[in-house]
Write a protein that binds this ligand. Structure first.
Ligand SMILES: Nc1ncnc2c1ncn2[C@@H]1O[C@H](COP(=O)(O)OP(=O)(O)O)[C@@H](O)[C@H]1O
Ligand SMILES: [Mg+2]
Length: 224
């Protein structure tokens, strides 16, 4: 669904990485690891069209990302659910409205009633739907961010350090939700430096582990 072919990226100085090959195929589950500053977040942004590759080709659902118009990129982005590390919410809106926002802004607000109750139950936040984001714990916010990312039924889920600020039990819950989405056939890509999370996932699902280091993306061996 999303393919990176010989991709490189530079913010203007030297190349951050080059020769990157990556395929987010239906039903695939992949982790992206690597030291801080290696370019994980940058690589994810290339996958969801927030940045344009400076070399090579990114294909999003068959189309060359570099030749897409802004409108085409915006439409394509709706097929991708993104969970950011610092999950930003509109603090004056209740959780339910924050989670339905992607539907509202794409003119599908009417569908929220249909999906929202089930989705909030799935992430274990049914009781918190009228609370304001600042009233939620870190783990609750992460799960709300996941609910918001998947409310439009995206085919691809991209998560950037989704368990960065939460305790182990909460990260296990989040991992379980991601595995469930993957079992529904969605392509999942998770950037994380949490090796315990990767090991826990390995016991539950077939996940590939990729490591970005020194400007190259390599498949990680069994040395985790
Ligand atoms: N907008 C930007 N402009 C210039 N340099 C950036 C920008 N964003 C990130 N960088 C730099 O690119 C490198 C990779 O960053 P990032 O992709 O966030 O890495 P990671 O997620 O692996 O920690 C870092 O050195 C960072 O400082
Ligand atoms: Mg990062």
């Amino acid at each position: 669904m999303i393919e990176l072919d010989n991709v490189s990226y530079s913010y203007g100085g030297g190349e951050l990485f080059s020769g990157v090959k990556l395929d987010l195929a239906p039903g695939s589950f992949q982790f992206l690891t690597g030291p801080s500053g290696a370019g994980k977040t940058t690589l994810l942004k290339l996958c969801y069209g927030a940045l344009t590759a400076t070399g090579g080709q990114v294909r999003m659902f068959g189309a060359d990302a570099a030749s897409m118009t802004r409108d085409q990129v915006a439409l394509t982005r709706r097929r991708i659910g993104v969970v950011h590390q610092d999950c930003e919410f509109l603090d004056h809106l209740p959780l339910a409205e924050n989670v339905s926002l992607p539907l509202t802004v794409s003119g599908r607000g009417g569908e929220a009633d249909e999906y929202l109750p089930e989705l909030l139950a799935w992430v274990g936040l049914s009781g918190q739907s009228s609370q304001l984001p600042p009233q939620l714990s870190g783990g609750e916010r992460q799960r709300a961010a996941l609910a918001r990312a998947v409310i439009t039924s995206p085919e691809v889920i991209i998560a950037d350090e989704p368990t960065g600020n939460i305790d182990w039990e909460m990260s296990q819950r989040l991992l379980h939700l991601l595995i469930e989405l993957n079992r529904m056939g969605k392509a999942v890509l998770v950037a994380t430096h949490d090796m315990n999370l990767i090991r826990a996932a390995g016991a539950q699902t077939q996940a590939r582990v990729l490591r970005l280091k020194g400007g190259q993306l390599l498949q990680a061996g069994a040395d985790l």
